[in-house]
Design a protein around this ligand. Structure first.
Ligand code: HEM
Length: 114
């Protein structure tokens, strides 16, 4: 029997998305803490950066960030459920639901932000 290549399968793509979103969030977090830290000693620099965050392109990047956070959270909850709850056959559906829900959430954020 031929074993199907796993790369490109929907749940492999879900794994890749989880890894990319996890790494993306880990890279973003130090910059985020740095910006928050500016409030203590360089509030003008912080105000400048907050004004910069009003640009539409930056808002769009924030949409991407909200999507990454949501998809990592919902995807992570699916993985934890897979680990600790009784087996569920609908893993592809759950992964697709995690992506759809994350997209809706990020879109909601974008619509409020513009
Ligand atoms: C929001 C709640 C979160 C949940 C429910 C969650 C859940 C998980 C789970 C279950 C894993 C293990 C995946 C596996 O076994 O293959 C994981 C991996 C990981 N998480 Fe999270 N996580 C969350 C937030 C975050 C945040 C905020 C960051 C970064 C700042 C982050 C970064 C990572 C990274 C880098 C990995 C390793 C990915 C890999 O090796 O493929 N996570 N997360």
């Amino acid at each position: 029997m031929m074993i199907k290549p796993h790369r490109g399968q929907p749940l492999w793509i879900a794994f890749l998305l989880h890894r990319i979103s996890g790494l993306g969030l880990a890279i973003f977090l130090p910059f985020h803490f740095y910006l928050l830290g500016l409030a203590l000693e360089q509030s003008e620099t912080m105000d400048g950066l907050l004004r910069w965050s009003d640009y539409p392109l930056v808002k769009f990047a924030e949409f991407g960030l909200v999507f990454l956070l949501a998809v990592h959270m919902f995807g992570g909850l699916r993985l934890l459920a897979l680990e600790f709850l009784p087996w569920n056959d609908r893993q592809k559906t759950l992964a697709a639901a995690a992506v759809a829900l994350s997209f809706l959430l990020a879109l909601g954020f974008l619509m409020r932000a513009v």
